[in-house]
Design a protein around this ligand. Structure first.
Ligand code: ADP
Ligand code: MG
Length: 226
């Protein structure tokens, strides 16, 4: 299968505070299309740092990230923004929906940024919400939805521009375990049916058995299990 993402020797030291913090050390990772990679580890082990580097949201101190063979940290700011918009979907623990927009309008945001026309946006948002089991909630605003429903909207939004890579940072962290499981199952369905590569950071044990690859972080170092 095609390799979507390759990280080599990835390291991050934060130098913002009075003492430098080594958050990630020498991490190697290869991710193929249509696979689920779970990143686990205690709070503070470097999961968010790793996902942010893989998604081009932050700059590594050492190492490289290749997305479809392109070194993303060699790109200009505009090229990187375009690559993120086209190739990567992000899902966060706190959903990150815009409160004044409806579910459908939230899903349309990335399509607006990609300058997809109004009609195509509407119909794709409707299809995506149906896909995540929220066909009847298109006109609801986030506060009218449960946490699990809001996360489904966030997943639909992340899929809006048909990304090859889905990065989810503790997507079940604010959900009860049963709702969390349905979110993981939804991500897995997207992986299996659409060939998207998903990288999910979590300390929820549910996805471990379903994962194609588990990366355990401990103090910023990775242990990769087959
Ligand atoms: P996790 O997501 O596994 O909880 P993080 O990647 O958020 O771990 O954090 C890893 C380490 O890096 C922690 O020690 C944390 O305090 C530190 N850290 C994270 N972000 C920053 C930052 N912006 N500035 C300084 N230190 C940070
Ligand atoms: Mg984190």
């Amino acid at each position: 299968m095609a390799v979507i993402l390759e990280a080599r020797g990835l390291g991050k030291t934060y130098t913002t505070g009075p003492e430098p913090v080594v958050a990630l050390r020498d991490v190697d990772l290869t991710v193929e299309e249509g696979t689920l990679t779970v990143v686990k580890g205690r709070s503070g082990s470097g999961k968010t740092t790793l996902l942010n580097l893989l998604g081009g949201l932050d700059e590594p101190t050492t190492g490289t990230v290749l997305v479809e063979g392109v070194d993303i940290h060699e790109l200009s700011a505009n090229e990187l923004a375009e690559m993120r918009r086209k190739t990567i979907g992000f899902v966060f623990q706190t959903f990150g929906l815009l409160p004044i927009l409806t579910a459908a309008e939230n899903v349309e945001v990335p399509m607006r940024l990609a300058r997809i026309d109004h009609e195509a946006r509407r119909s794709r948002a409707t299809a995506l919400l149906e896909h995540v089991g929220l066909g009847g909630r298109a006109r609801h605003r986030p506060h009218e939805l449960s946490g699990g429903e809001q996360q489904r909207v966030a997943i639909a939004r992340a899929l809006a521009n048909q990304p090859k890579l889905l990065l989810a940072d503790e997507p079940t962290g604010q959900l009860d375990s049963r709702t969390g499981r349905t979110i993981i199952e939804l991500i897995l369905r997207v992986v299996r049916e659409e060939g998207v590569a998903a990288i999910v950071a979590t300390h929820d044990p549910t996805p471990m058995a379903l994962a194609d690859q588990v990366v355990e972080l401990s103090d910023g170092r990775a242990i990769v299990d087959a």
